[in-house]
Design a protein around this ligand. Structure first.
Ligand SMILES: Cc1cc2nc3c(=O)[nH]c(=O)nc-3n(C[C@H](O)[C@H](O)[C@H](O)COP(=O)(O)O)c2cc1C
Length: 341
């Protein structure tokens, strides 16, 4: 996720366990191949993140191939091509979901990249440009012919943006149409929903985006359920510790002002559904220094701990995750991987 799955966030998530694969933010090949410092920084990763996929975007085949080569050179394990971003600036330049309505260009891009790299090439798709031009099955078949080794489908069209729900029937159709592994993506924020979609679609894996910001343990919980255990439930002190860990990493790795923004972004998602979360978010948004943020975190978690309603720290979503353990144990054979995108 652009602006989210940077070096800092990816390690935070990876350290919680259960993550099959982490993927970089999408990186502009126009920036990368012109040695733009931001694009280069976005490719930076740590050994603890492996396997690590770099995702690139762009509309020019030569630049895409060059960008892919650069990702391979820095040691990425997988090269992923973005064919889903709906941002007007990206689409206007022929990249992201713009490629969904220019298949000859996409085909050239994939073939040029394949000629250039030896690491696996994967493709992230939306279901089509618009409701009336859904073509994800056709695109997936073409991509397979070009040598793409894994296809990920976010079950929405470009025009849908993030509205409505992802269409997992279309994801299932892709899985049935190609022989390479297919992963599904869209709206998985609970273990229960994720396992249902995974099983029903028959896909090889699932991708989780926004859900990882709300619950960094979601991958570990999936792994627990897949392996027949009750999903791990972090207690309050661990929830507090993860926020502090993230803030500490941000402060070490970026300017203070950026670190404050990142912290507010994560805390905004992380406290969704927590008792008093809305009030806490307001307090954080109005904090102007690291000290204020740290004080507010301490006050919030102390209040929660003192609140007997909170009990063992479980909120509704956690309880549902716990129940889904039994549901999965009774006959699932889904065993591939859960990735952070
Ligand atoms: C803030 C944000 C940034 C995103 N950036 C990217 C990106 O760079 N590359 C990509 O393939 N998808 C990107 N996505 C889409 C997600 O990877 C994912 O496909 C989508 O959010 C649906 O999955 P989810 O419901 O699990 O979040 C982004 C989504 C969000 C919310």
């Amino acid at each position: 996720m652009a602006g989210v799955t940077d070096y800092t966030f990816r390690r935070l998530i990876k350290r919680r366990g259960g993550v099959g694969l982490v993927v970089s933010e999408f990186i502009s090949v126009e920036g990368l191949t012109r040695h733009n410092p931001k694009s280069k920084r976005q490719m930076h990763f740590a050994e603890e993140e492996r396997p690590f996929a770099v995702q690139i975007f762009g509309g020019q085949p030569e630049r895409m191939a060059l960008g892919a080569e650069m990702a391979q050179e820095v040691g990425a394990d997988i090269l992923d091509v973005n064919c889903g971003c709906p941002a007007p600036k990206v689409v206007r330049n022929g990249g992201g979901s713009g490629l969904l309505r220019d298949l000859p260009r996409l085909e050239t891009i994939l073939k040029e990249i394949k000629k250039t790299i030896t690491i696996p090439l994967t493709l992230k798709l939306r279901t089509g440009f618009s409701e009336s031009t859904i073509n994800v099955v056709e695109v997936a078949k073409m991509a397979e012919q070009c040598g793409v080794e894994h296809i990920q489908v976010h079950g929405r069209t470009k025009e849908q943006g993030y509205k409505g729900l992802a269409n997992w029937d279309l994801i299932k159709q892709v899985k049935e149409a190609v022989t390479v592994p297919v992963s599904g993506n869209g709206d998985i924020t609970t273990i229960e929903y994720g396992i249902e979609r995974w099983k029903e679609s028959g896909t090889d894996g699932i991708l989780i985006g926004r859900g990882a910001m709300q619950n960094p343990w979601i991958f570990r919980q999936f792994q627990d359920v897949i392996e027949g255990r009750k999903p791990y439930q972090p207690d309050l002190s661990e929830k507090k510790a993860v926020l502090l860990e993230f803030f500490g990493m941000c402060r070490e790795e970026m300017p203070e002002i950026v670190a404050l923004g990142k912290m507010k972004q994560l805390a905004g998602q992380f406290t969704k559904g927590l008792i008093g979360g809305a009030q806490f978010r307001q307090t954080l948004y109005h904090s102007h220094s690291a000290e204020e943020i740290l004080d507010n975190i301490t006050i919030y978690f102390n209040t929660l701990a003192a609140d007997s309603n909170y009990g063992d720290g479980m909120v509704e979503a956690d309880a549902a995750a716990s129940d889904s353990c039994d549901m999965f144990a009774s006959g699932g054979d889904v065993s591939t991987s859960v990735a952070a995108v």
